[in-house]
Ligand binder design. Sequence first.
Ligand code: ATP
Ligand code: MG
Length: 459
Amino acid sequence: MGSEPLAAANDVVATGRVGAPTTVPSVGTSGGSGLPRNSASEVFDSVLRDGPELFKGDREILRETYIPSRLPHREHQIRQVAEILAPALKGNVPSNLLIYGKIGTGKTAVVAQVRADVQRRGDLARKLTFIAVNCGNVETPYSLMQTIGNTFATKEADRIPTGWSLDRVQAAMRDLMDVKGGIVLLILDEIDRLVARSGDGVLYTLCQVNTELDKARLVIIGISNDLKFTNNLDARVRSRLNEEKILFPPYDATQLQDILRDRASDVFRDGVVDAGVIERCAAYAALENGDARRALALLRLAAEMAERDRSKRITSDHVVKAKSRLEQDIIVECCRTLPPHCKVLMYAILQAFERRREGVQTGDVYDGYTRLAQRLGLQPLHARSISNYLSELENLGLIRATIVSRGRGGRTREIVVDVPVSETFPALLDDPLLAALARPRSLNQTILTNFDNPGRTGP
Ligand SMILES: Nc1ncnc2c1ncn2[C@@H]1O[C@H](COP(=O)(O)OP(=O)(O)OP(=O)(O)O)[C@@H](O)[C@H]1O
Ligand SMILES: [Mg+2]
């Protein structure tokens, strides 16, 4: 071993990132390195000894944030977008464009690639201004117009601050655009989220801003995975946005295989990906609406699983493990985004389910929820709202409810949990509102609860 890798290994321990004391307990030394050994240094030693067997390229290539230079099976869409935007290169104003397609169908990637191609055109591109906004990160119409305007601010004093009236921001945005002039291509990615959050007022403003501009012209490129989002738009906004429309179809399994192979050849060493691995990742993702993001995530996770197993190859087994990990992650993420009372309800369901795995009755769930809500100082919701939340949890695939016949006692709904219980508890407890449930109860509460639920000790 050379001196550099050894220093790096020591650094990790010294920074305390593994929770270890700054001096490593001396339990013997590893081979000829003279380094003290503990289980962490054994891991580091073996990683360094084995070397990066699987990867030959930067593993970031498999991450969502990586922008690939090739987009197999999107040549047609790239051409369509380029044809629609091409007039801009000659100073003519292109039509507004709306791009639709389900998640992971390459919409953002295609637009990013066309934009990069335009920007490579030097002088011609200098007359154009691209502004890319992810509407998921835009809170208000104000901040959208502020962002557009500030793109053109060349000095601090020109920037639009916060706190102005909307009319004033709008006027300042127009003035700033007109100072530079030329064609402004505004990419509104996830445009449906902007409309869901703020209505279509700001789109109306943007669609008719050209009538008030002297030297600049605004073109909107909207991207949405909600195919129906224009249904609720003002008719004028709808027709302006829809001047050109491109639909991105989902990828099928063979197309996903091509996409994965293309990336795999850049990132993995030759021969480390077993036959069937790419096919399996593609097949799983094809079932999930043809989502390329999902396919890539599966391949990346499968490689990580293989590394953790110290395997020199990525096998189909690793893909199967990766799939179940990914599903768990998605479920846990889904739990994190539930509204607060729904989280408390889910927590009550998990508790009840732990006691009675064959299915819990809604009455018990409601009692459990009420107790937890009171413990957290919340006003419990009425049974009707809880029933709605139960349906929501069922729609999300977190629970399953079945009607069970109870002879002369009538029929009742029984609930089983469809998620890994041990991973879901911490996801719910991550919410500061529920965090108190993780702390030990006061003595009285413990006695009461255990009296209510003999044998129960809490998660
Ligand atoms: N044809 C393709 N070739 C290579 N990679 C692709 C292709 N299509 C999509 N990808 C990759 O898949 C991931 C998802 O693509 P992208 O973000 O463009 O999807 P999207 O349609 O914008 O999805 P969403 O609606 O969820 O925003 C990205 O990492 C992207 O690089
Ligand atoms: Mg996107």
